[in-house]
Ligand binder design. Structure first.
Ligand SMILES: [Zn+2]
Length: 432
């Protein structure tokens, strides 16, 4: 089903996809790979719901398993009136059965996870990733359902609070970091662990499946609107969602039926953790230097911890700087109080709860309206993720399989520690 190839945005080198590749082999500055599909017109499968509707523009190595839609787009009435916008559309990623959205973790992480598992070449391979919260739960559930063996590295306190609603299959296992280990420690360990087969790193924003998966949310929205929006608004942490929306818009420009110009991107961060806003507003093509203690303090002070990414892909070729440049985009930072009141406004005007990340996006839009930056007649697409959690079945106290634990004092892991960890994981894999 390979109707696509990969190409490097820096040097143009193309690759047949092996389901695992994350980077170009040539020696040049860091650069994302992108997919190029044989099908240049948007072709949807009208019988299919959710991701499968856009299979022609997904890097699939396996057929997608049947799944409901995780994201829906509708034209807003209540919120549009409250904001004074005449053409506001909401792309809602979450759990809202009345509108046809059934994301298992009530976030867009479920869309990413489903696409990642459908690209992964799992023959004799074990996926390794570092994650916490909804991202970990979404990937764990998707890998469990798609029979993808995975090892998720996570700090102990994140493991203890995994937002799971059902049991996981035994091929989904965790590597738990005890003590003062941070999320950055978890990423570092996952990366180095995956240097040797059969382990392979999932890749985060570098994984084309993750970005094209999220891109389907933008495709769904454009299908609903019959055209591209003038303005696209999203809260960002890593910015993978914004890069994905840009890439999907690029494909739609190639199609030609949905407009001839990029939507203007408005990317919103939660102050004080706003590295992208800080760099972009200073016209810098690089993130500004910040010490890890400054980053930790900023990350601890935000209402939307899911947006507190310390090293987003800003300067890499094809990353946020390039995307903002290509779309004449803008960035804004909003504080916790504004995000909180935006969450309340959304709940009152649309009748469903949303999380702080969605509040951040809406607060950015409100700020642009107040300053007159957005035309009240503009067609605006607001992407909110993390909605309807209160309607989900209750989370359960589950204890997913722990394949290994490591003390913070063992990090960064020496070659000896890594070797014994790999051996332990392989024994555990055979037993499972
Ligand atoms: Zn290259």
């Amino acid at each position: 089903m390979a109707g696509y190839s990969l190409f490097c945005v820096a040097c143009g080198q193309t690759y047949a996809d092996d389901g695992l590749r994350l980077r170009c082999d040539a020696s040049h500055e860091p650069a994302l790979l992108r997919t190029r599909y044989a099908q240049t017109r948007l072709t949807t499968d009208p019988q299919a719901s959710g991701l499968a509707r856009y299979a022609a523009w997904l890097p699939l190595r396996h057929a997608l398993r049947p799944m409901p839609a995780y994201s829906v787009t509708f034209r807003s009435d209540g919120l549009a009136r409250a904001l004074g916008l005449r053409d506001l559309w909401i792309a809602f990623s979450g759990h809202w059965p009345e509108r046809g959205a059934f994301a298992p973790t009530a976030t867009f992480k479920d869309v990413e996870a489903a696409a990642i598992t459908a690209r992964f070449a799992s023959e004799q391979r074990i996926m390794v990733t570092a994650s916490a919260g909804n991202t970990a739960a979404a990937l764990a559930l998707a890998c469990s359902d798609a029979h993808v063996p995975v090892r998720i590295v996570t700090p102990r306190r994140a493991y203890d609070r995994l937002p799971l609603t059902r049991e996981l299959a035994p091929h989904v296992q965790f590597i738990v970091l005890d003590g003062e280990a941070t999320y950055d420690d978890a990423i570092e360990l996952a990366r180095t662990l995956a240097h040797e087969a059969p382990f392979v790193f999932e890749g985060g924003v570098w994984n084309v499946a993750r970005r094209d998966g999220i891109g389907t949310i933008f495709l769904r929205a454009v299908e609903a609107m019959s055209t591209m929006p003038d303005v696209y608004v999203q809260g960002i942490g890593s910015g993978a969602g914004a890069i994905a929306a840009f890439e999907a818009a690029s494909r739609l420009l190639g199609d030609g039926r949905f407009g001839a110009k990029f939507p203007e991107l408005l990317l919103v961060q939660n102050a004080p953790m706003s590295p992208v806003v800080d760099a972009w507003t200073r016209g810098s093509a690089q993130l500004l230097a910040a010490s890890s203690s400054e980053q930790r303090t900023a990350a601890a002070g935000v209402a939307a911890p899911v947006l507190a990414t310390s090293g987003p892909p800003y300067a890499v070729r094809g990353g946020l700087f390039d995307v903002l440049t290509a779309t004449s985009g803008r960035t804004l930072a909003v504080d916790n109080a504004k995000a909180q009141s935006a969450m309340e406004l959304f709940a009152e005007s649309e009748g469903i709860d949303v999380e702080a990340a969605a509040g951040v996006a809406l607060a950015g839009l409100q700020s642009d309206i107040l300053t007159g930056t957005i035309d009240p007649d503009a067609r605006v697409l607001l992407h909110v993720t993390g909605g309807g959690r209160l309607r989900l079945p209750g989370e359960r106290r589950l204890a997913p399989t722990i394949a290994a634990t490591l003390a913070a004092s063992d990090l960064p892991a020496t070659p000896d520690v890594l070797a014994s960890l790999r051996e332990k994981l392989l024994q555990h894999a055979q037993a499972a």
